[in-house]
Design a protein around this ligand. Structure first.
Ligand code: DGL
Length: 249
């Protein structure tokens, strides 16, 4: 079984891509909504939350973990040794190897302050610009209006000269949930918006396509009740009926 986790709904954007590539895999998803947002937490807090999430998924039978949360990528190495793990940043950077892309990456403060993306891109001889947005993941998780989301994004990019870039990476898995707002704001800017979920899901497929032949079940755990999370899952899974979502303490 594959275990996927995030602070809440953001990882659903990764789960969706993994599901398309591995239709027969059994997947257990954990959204730690009680502790969301992760992106403004300290490194030590993220190490603890990461360890708890990974242990929870492993205790329920997951033997490969997909960390569908950029904010914890720097914490993963320190939480527990995990040979069977796929995280967001390295596959994303690797997908740009050898390309001429001029990249600006937007993510939570935890992700950007950890320098993990900057280092991953440096490894492939690329320097990137970054834009941290402290409020955005929480606003998405807890259902702020599109107008409020638009204000937050516009404020964050107010002083960024986008003419210097041709690629905008959404380096927080919550952000693709409002990709339409990014597209609306940047509709006259010649910049390609990239959702790293695609590169990460490809990596998961490469690693697990041979071994993950199950019943294709998807089960969800959340650490706090959330009608919005249920709506998002129902929307994603509308073609296969209502999946099971359990609230755990
Ligand atoms: N979706 C996660 C990420 O990619 C966490 C966002 C948050 O909870 O702040 O960073």
């Amino acid at each position: 079984m594959i275990g996927v986790f995030d602070s809440g709904s953001g990882g659903l954007t990764v789960l969706k891509e993994v599901r398309v590539r591995l239709p027969k895999a059994d997947i257990l998803y954990f959204g730690d909504i009680k502790n969301a947002p992760y992106g403004t937490k300290t490194h030590n807090e993220l190490v603890r939350l990461t360890k708890d999430a990974v242990e929870l998924l492993q205790s329920m039978g997951a033997h490969h973990i997909v960390s569908a949360c950029n904010s914890v990528s720097a914490a993963l190495a320190l939480s527990s040794p995990l040979p069977h793990l796929t995280e967001m940043t390295e596959p994303t950077a690797a997908s740009f190897r050898g390309t001429p892309a001029r990249i600006v990456l937007t993510a939570t403060p935890a992700t950007i302050d950890s320098q993990i993306y900057q280092r991953a891109f440096h490894e492939i001889d690329k320097e990137i610009a970054t834009v941290a947005i402290p409020e955005l993941a929480g606003a998405i998780e807890f259902g702020s209006s599109d107008a409020e989301i638009e204000r937050i994004i516009r404020d964050a990019f107010a002083t960024v000269d986008l003419s210097r870039y041709d690629t905008l990476i959404l380096g927080c898995t919550h952000y693709p949930l409002v990709e339409y707002v990014f597209k609306y704001i940047f509709k006259y800017v010649p910049i390609e918006i990239i959702d790293p979920a695609v590169a990460v899901a490809k990596r998961v497929e490469e690693r697990l396509a041979q071994s993950e032949e199950g019943g294709g079940t998807t089960r969800f755990l959340i650490s706090r009740e959330s009608a919005l999370f249920r709506d998002r899952v129902a929307h994603l899974w509308s073609h296969v009926g209502t999946p099971r979502i359990e609230v755990i303490e």
